[in-house]
Design a protein around this ligand. Structure first.
Ligand SMILES: C[S@@+](CC[C@H](N)C(=O)[O-])C[C@H]1O[C@@H](n2cnc3c(N)ncnc32)[C@H](O)[C@@H]1O
Length: 388
């Protein structure tokens, strides 16, 4: 995302941006694996509350000892709280935040039933009250993490292509966390967990970061992806352990060869975030065709938390004007080979999603930051019929 001078935002625009973030601390975290536990690091920034009043709590206990520094936005240019190098809330002159880095022993993850363990990270005030709907739980598979890490992971080059990093612990923990958070939200919104919704389509399955956990949970999984190498790896290493899983390569544009009305539920993590409007629309129509009447579609989108990294006023203005914005991304271009510009960085406003996607889906809910504090999760039902 392009860096431009913060002065290019008008004061009216800055006021609008501040209202967007008002009352919504942004928290992101990352994992690095260790033998006895996991290193968790990240940041919290807050708009209109004194950051000194905000705490990060691990299983209810304040993480005071892990605050590595308090950050004072533009007045503190040396300290960028986001370790991935993005500048956070650049246009907010007096925003504050803190970064954190802590070690969580696997022993404190609690049994959360159905083959998983969980630990909660909450953003609270000093009294321990939640100040952000987007508190996060991290989930581990119940098996000893080392046994899990020792089981075959995709080649680093494939991991990098879908996630931008190639850390085994990040791979296992984010995949397991995504599955459990998405399933929990689906149950809250639709009344059923993922496993009870019928055959599952993972659109843009990559090299199985999510689907390996869906398969282990016994679900009937079809993954489709444009990346033939990732599809082959998933078939060789994930589908071989289950008669109910398969991975298929699809074209850049639909249709797929899959029959209509085949799936009870579809998931697409960080896929529509890479498509321009014509490709996105064509794929939404295709996903609706593949779902059974009343089937549920769960898609992640770039939302406000992602927008906290945007410092280009043009993106803001185009989003305001049209509700969606898609730009070329030089770091994504090379993924599909030289000269390919299919891969984009795309934002959709909630208003746009409610209005434009209603051609194919009824939007039931949008959960801010549900995908690792970074992307939103849109929960939708295919128009026509009732979910079975
Ligand atoms: C950022 S990665 C996310 C992968 C996976 N969903 C995950 O969360 O680990 C995006 C994935 O979408 C795939 N992809 C991009 N456009 C696609 C399309 N039109 N249809 C299917 N897959 C697509 C890419 O090849 C890549 O594997």
């Amino acid at each position: 995302m392009a860096e431009t001078d913060v002065a290019e935002f008008t004061s009216i625009e800055r006021g609008q941006l501040m209202r967007w973030f008002s009352g919504h601390p942004v928290c992101r975290f990352w994992f690095r694996g260790m033998t006895d536990g996991v290193d968790v690091f990240g940041y919290v920034t807050n708009a209109d509350q004194n950051i000194e009043e905000i705490e990060l709590r691990l299983e209810g206990k304040p993480l005071n000892d892990v605050v590595s520094y308090v950050w004072h936005g533009l007045e503190d240019p040396e300290h960028d709280p986001d370790p991935t190098g993005f500048r956070v809330l650049r246009w907010w002159p007096r925003v504050t935040g803190f970064s954190f880095n802590t070690h969580i022993p696997y022993s404190i993850f609690k049994d959360a039933g159905e083959g998983k363990k969980a630990v909660r990270l909450d953003i609270t005030n000093k009294c321990g009250e939640l100040v952000c709907a987007q508190s996060q739980s991290a989930y581990l598979p119940t098996e000893d993490i080392n046994a899990h890490l020792a089981c075959v992971s995709p080649p680093k080059i494939l991991m990098n292509r879908v996630m931008g990093v190639s850390e085994d612990a990040e791979w296992i923990l984010t995949g397991c966390t995504n599955m459990n958070v998405i399933s929990q939200i689906a149950e809250e919104v639709v009344g059923k967990p993922l496993g009870a919704m019928g055959p599952l389509l993972e659109w843009g399955s990559g090299c199985g970061r999510l689907s390996r956990h869906l398969i282990r949970a016994g679900m009937d999984v079809t993954g489709i992806d444009i990346d033939g190498g990732a599809v082959t790896w998933c078939n060789d290493h994930l589908a071989s352990s289950s008669k109910r899983a398969r991975f298929l390569q699809c074209g850049l544009q639909p249709p797929t060869e899959l029959p209509s009305n085949s799936f009870g539920v579809g998931i697409g993590i960080s896929v529509i975030t890479h498509l321009d409007e014509p490709s996105g629309d064509a794929w939404l129509a295709e996903l609706a065709r593949l779902l059974r009447p009343g089937g549920i579609m769960l898609l992640t989108t770039h939302g406000l938390n992602t927008f906290s990294h945007v410092s280009d006023p043009q993106i803001f203005r185009k989003l305001q004007a049209g509700g969606m914005y898609s730009q070329r991304s030089s770091h994504l271009d090379s993924l599909l080979g030289d000269g390919q510009e299919y891969y984009r960085e795309t934002f959709h406003s909630w208003k746009y999603i409610h209005e434009h996607w209603s051609k194919w889906f009824e939007v039931l809910d949008i959960r801010r930051g549900a995908h690792m504090g970074f992307q939103d999760l849109v929960v939708m039902r295919k128009i026509g019929g009732v979910a079975r």
